[in-house]
Design a protein around this ligand. Sequence first.
Ligand SMILES: [Zn+2]
Length: 383
Amino acid sequence: MGKTTPRNSKWMRTYNRSLILRLIRLHQPVSRVELAKETSLTKPTISNIVNELKEEGLIVERELGVSSGGRRPIMLELAASDRFVIGIDATQRKLHGVLTNIHGELLHEAWHDERFDTNDEFIEAVVALYITLARATTGDVIGLGVSVHGMVEAREGVVLFAPRFHLHDIPLKRELETRLKQNVFVENDVRTLALGELYFGEAIGIDEFFYVYAGYGIGGAYVHGGELIDGKHHIAGEIGHMRIMLDGPICSCGNRGCLEAVAGERALLNEALQLNDELTLETLRDKVKNDVQIRALYERAGEYIGIATLNMIHLLNPNRILLGGPLFSYAPHVVENIQERVAQTALTIDARQTDIRVVAWNADHGALGAAALITNQLFREIQ
Ligand SMILES: [Zn+2]
């Protein structure tokens, strides 16, 4: 699987810079000697990149108190930053936005819930929320990340289809960059959540994992070598549309028997409505703990998500599986179903011990993940 990008000198410099920043983030505080050992880069190359990162204010030096004889080692770590990022979660009609520093610390949040029905009105809503958040600081805002549900072409920042809003082909990045004179990145919601975990959450310290989201819908994202894997047609990791039943219920995508159509909360709610036609998503979640029939629905969902997770382990053999989203937090026994399935039936002893953990879920994750889109870019680009 060779990279198709030509390995010219700019590409190599970008690659080496992002590699060194990543190693500092993973192992900080870390010395130049350790970086040289880890990367096989020459000392002058390491020195040049470290100087560049110091000048940009991304990293700082710190002298350690303990010495093993001779000079005290100078260690490198990420700098506390006075640069700010705005992340907007545009996955629901009520948009949620956060102002953070580049390390994902939440400084301010705001919401926008004016109705939008067209692409232009949607863009207006994002602009309005950005302006509200930008007013909360006098510091330097270096970028806007936007998380959108549905299909997103991230390179051009085009929302191809956002079914919940009935909107198609929104050139979001281009329009926002023109309007705001700001650096903008747009990405699919679940992929954004995975990036949030990579920089700020349960994947700090590792850079290869598979993220499974389960709530009203089901989605997935694969991070390898610290990068989101996109795929030729931007659908890599779409575990929610992994077909898992031959003649299952019809899915939101139009196919039958997708994981989302049998185990997502929309599907569970539809089934539960046949037991009690007054249920809503909220009351359904309330009843998971005490209502035997509803608990059984979630348990079966856990069996299916467990099978799909097992399939992902056999396909990708990731270092870690992260389970994020409201379904796992409202129904923790679903997590046990998944862990048991993998522990009992994965192909090898090592695979059975795959690290599967739950992301402590809260409603800030979407917007924080959107902010991580900018941190991600900052850690990669040559300025
Ligand atoms: Zn589907």
